[in-house]
Every structure is written in structure tokens, then in C-alpha cells.
Design a protein around this ligand. Structure first.
Ligand code: AMP
Ligand code: GLY
Length: 423
């Protein structure tokens, strides 16, 4: 079968590496992919948001199945357009992808269906938002409504900071049009857990839990990034918490989307916070997480393509999904300066011995040489029987990668190890 994956980051590389294990797939394409993904799939120079060209390519190449991985094309309706020409897809329709595409939609859904989340107010009028902040408790959290490359969230410690955040979103439009509506919500505390799940709209199967490390620097300092590393499973996600989540969050969300006429099929990502009052939803994503996927999929035992088609065909209840009883760690190697300005174009060397453990996010081939082309350049993953060993191996593997100006956090998984030890 001919399969195409839309997207070109570390997450897509992890998906492609896993799909390559499937015997049924004879040809694998990535749109646009990247210089590293080119080792594992045929890269086609079509941007992930160029829906018209994606559909034209799929039709011309007679693609049998498509995986739409990033949020943008999902929210823009890539799955709807591909379905229209008869191509089955993994990923939600536009109507369902709104669960990530609009924070206002997601919050209102949770309120309507009693799904635990932070208390909140929605504003489309800047003066009303500023007035509300005169008496709102601080710290408080300000979120732009639409997609903002994961950056549309500002945590304000004081009322003045909160007002400045509102002005920057609604007046200065630092996140573009996504700032025309904002959510102001209660600041919650507790450990964060990412749970990716497969769902066909009837059954929901959570994958192994994971922990992201969003800040740029060690000790959770520095700016928020797209993610500097991950570990799985997440020790805070106990069996007891998992059971509560299934009952109060996962099933009610699937049910709510069905009731709204927006059946969700694909990977639904639950960003959770385990608060004193139980687990609450911080965010939904309509796709695999990045870099969560780089630790979750290496632990998946079942054939990924089989699962994806079961999601499409709504037969997930008949598909057994197994994860290895092991741990995984992924260390993201970035260009110095990320998430702000950084230089690119440095030669990227990856030792052959660890190439299968490397998921490339930002690199391109120039004159036959692989060069860095992004802030997050790649992720190095390792799996092992214990989390400690997995972390050690991931850092050891990272020694097999070199490029000028490389930097990475040295404490990925440290918090998780402490939690395991009960510290
Ligand atoms: P989001 O893009 O919604 O995931 O938000 C990015 C990050 O901001 C989350 O991973 C949390 O660390 C933090 N965050 C978002 N909402 C809240 C909240 N209500 N309380 C505390 N932290 C939050
Ligand atoms: N790692 C967070 C995300 O994928 O949104």
C-alpha cells in the first residue's frame, strides 16, 4: 500500500519509523518531510498547510492511506478534502479538530459536559477583559483562542502583568487573529501529564503516559519551547489516576464530541494536570504530541498501521493494543538561542550506530550534506527496563550526534526519577 504522512518534524519522523515496520506498506511518502526523514520515506516538497497541493499529489500518486499529523492541516480540513476524493485518513475532520483549534470551544465543551478543567471566562471585548482583571485572583492564565504554535498562553503573576498580556493579545495581536477572543482562566498547580489516545469515536485507548519538559533550560527555567525532552511512562500517572481520567475525562470527551455532531477519530491528546482536587484538563490537542510521540511510539508493540486503520474503520474495540513494559526517554537537541533567534546551516553528523534512535525535526540536505535548519534539530531516544537506564542511554546516544551550536537540557527525566523515588 502507498501511504503518505503530512508533516515534517520529529513527531512525523517517529510516526514514519514506526509505519516502516508494517509489512503492508510498500511506499511511504512524507509531505514535506525533512533531510532526516528522507532516510526513511520519499520526501515531497509540499508544505503541510498547502491542502490543495496535498490533495492533488494524493490523487496523482493514487495514495491508499493518509496520516495527517500536524494541527494546522487538521484544523484547515485536510482530512475532509482527502476523504472527498476517497482517500481514507488517520486524523480528525475539521469539525472535530476544533477541539484544539479553538480554546473557547474546548473550554465551553468541558463546561457543558462537566469535564474537570480550570474555571474560566471568555472575552471578545478588551475593556471587559481588563475590568474583569481588576478583581480576578492572581496568578492567572491568559490564552489566545486559536492555534498559536503552542505559544498562545501567558501565565501572569500580577494583575498588571495580566493586563499587559491581554493588551498584547487583543490590541497588539502578538498571536495574530487568534487573539480576537481570549480565555482568562484559573491558575492550577500540580504535576502535568500527557496522555495520547487512539479513538474511533466509540472506543478510546490511552497510550502509555508521558511527561514533557517545556522550558528551555535545566531546572524548568527559561522560556517555553515546543518541548525539550520527554519520558514515558509518567510516574505521576498512577493506575488510580488513570481510572479517574477514563471515567471523568476520556470517555466524557468522546461522548461530548459525538453529542455535538463532531465525532473525533484519530489521536486525541489530553494535556492534564493532577491537582489536589483530582486530574483536570489543561488542553486538548487533535494530534500526536511532539516530542511525546518520540517516547510513546518506540514503546508500542502493536503494528501502528493496523491500529490506524482500525480507527478509520471504527473497529478499535476489536484491536488489541499493546505497549512494552519498559521506559523511554527522549532528549531534544536544539540550536543555541532557541526558542528565540538561532543560527542554522551547520553540518549535522549522526553516528550510524544510533541513527535508528534519532528523530529529525529540523535538517535539510544541501549539496549532499545534512545541515541544521531549525530550532529543534532532533530528538535522541532510548528505551530500557527502568527509567534511569533509559535516560542514561538517551544521553549516551546524544554523544553520537554533533553540530555546531548544539544545546540540550541535561536534566530530562530528573523530576520523574525523583517522583519514582518518592522525593
Ligand atoms: P497549553 O498551550 O494550554 O498547554 O499551555 C501551555 C502550558 O501553560 C501548559 O503546559 C501549562 O504548563 C501551562 N498552563 C496552561 N494552563 C494553565 C493553568 N490553568 N494553570 C497553570 N498552568 C497552566
Ligand atoms: N508537547 C506538547 C504538544 O505537542 O503540544
Amino acid at each position: 500500500m502507498k501511504v503518505m504522512v503530512v508533516g515534517g518534524g520529529g513527531r512525523e519522523h517517529a510516526i514514519i519509523k514506526k509505519l516502516k515496520e508494517s509489512r503492508e506498506i510498500t511506499e511511504l511518502y512524507a509531505l514535506p518531510g525533512n533531510g532526516g526523514i528522507a532516510q526513511d520515506a520519499i520526501c515531497v516538497d509540499i508544505g503541510a498547510k498547502d491542502i490543495r497541493k496535498i490533495v492533488e499529489f494524493a490523487a496523482a500518486e493514487k495514495i491508499d492511506y493518509a496520516v495527517v499529523a500536524p494541527d494546522d492541516p487538521l484544523v484547515l480540513g485536510a482530512v475532509d478534502e482527502l476523504n472527498k476524493i476517497g482517500i481514507p485518513c488517520f486524523g480528525p475532520t475539521k469539525a472535530a479538530a476544533i477541539i484544539e483549534g479553538s480554546k473557547v470551544f474546548a473550554k465551553n465543551l468541558m463546561k457543558k459536559y462537566n469535564i474537570p478543567t480550570a474555571r474560566y471566562e471568555v472575552f471578545d471585548d478588551i475593556n471587559k477583559a481588563l475590568e474583569y482583571l481588576d478583581t480576578a485572583p492572581v496568578p492567572t492564565v491568559i490564552k489566545a483562542d486559536g492555534l498559536a504554535l503552542g505559544k498562545g498562553v501567558i501565565i501572569a503573576q500580577t494583575r498588571e502583568d495580566a493586563k499587559a498580556a491581554v493588551r498584547s493579545m487583543m490590541e497588539d495581536r502578538i498571536f495574530g487573529e487568534s487573539g480576537s477572543n481570549i480565555v482568562i482562566e484559573e491558575f492550577l498547580t500540580g504535576p502535568e501529564v500527557s496522555v495520547l489516545s487512539f479513538t474511533d469515536g466509540k472506543t478510546v485507548v490511552p497510550m502509555v503516559s508521558s511527561m514533557d519538559h517545556k522550558r528551555a533550560l535545566d531546572g524548568d527555567n527559561g522560556l517555553n519551547t515546543g518541548g525539550m525532552g520527554t519520558v514515558a511512562p509518567n510516574p505521576y500517572y498512577t493506575k488510580e489516576i488513570a481510572d479517574i481520567c477514563m471515567k471523568t475525562i476520556f470517555l466524557p470527551t468522546i461522548d461530548a464530541m459525538n453529542k455535538e455532531g463532531r465525532t473525533f477519530k484519530g489521536c486525541l491528546y489530553f494535556g492534564l494536570m493532577i491537582t489536589e482536587n483530582g486530574p483536570k484538563v489543561i488542553e486538548y490537542n487533535c494530534r500526536f504530541g511532539d516530542p511525546e510521540t518520540q517516547v510513546v511510539l518506540p514503546l508500542l508493540e502493536t503494528d501502528l498501521f493496523t491500529i490506524m486503520r482500525a480507527v478509520t474503520n471504527e473497529t478499535l474495540d476489536k484491536t488489541e493494543i499493546k505497549f512494552k513494559n519498559e521506559c523511554a526517554a527522549c532528549v531534544i537537541m536544539a540550536s543555541k538561542g532557541y526558542p528565540q533567534s538561532y543560527e542554522s546551516g551547520f553540518e549535522l553528523k549522526i553516528d550510524e550506530k544510533i541513527a535508528d534512535k534519532v528523530y529529525v525535526a529540523g535538517a535539510k540536505k544541501q549539496d549532499g550534506v545534512l545541515k541544521t535548519s531549525g530550532g529543534r534539530v532532533l530528538g535522541v531516544t532510548a528505551t530500557a527496563k527502568t527509567l534511569g537506564e533509559a535516560i542514561e542511554k538517551a544521553y549516551k546516544n546524544a554523544e553520537g550526534v554533533s553540530f555546531e551550536n548544539a544545546f540540550y537540557r541535561k536534566d530530562i527525566g530528573a523530576k520523574a526519577l525523583k517522583a519514582i523515588k518518592g522525593e
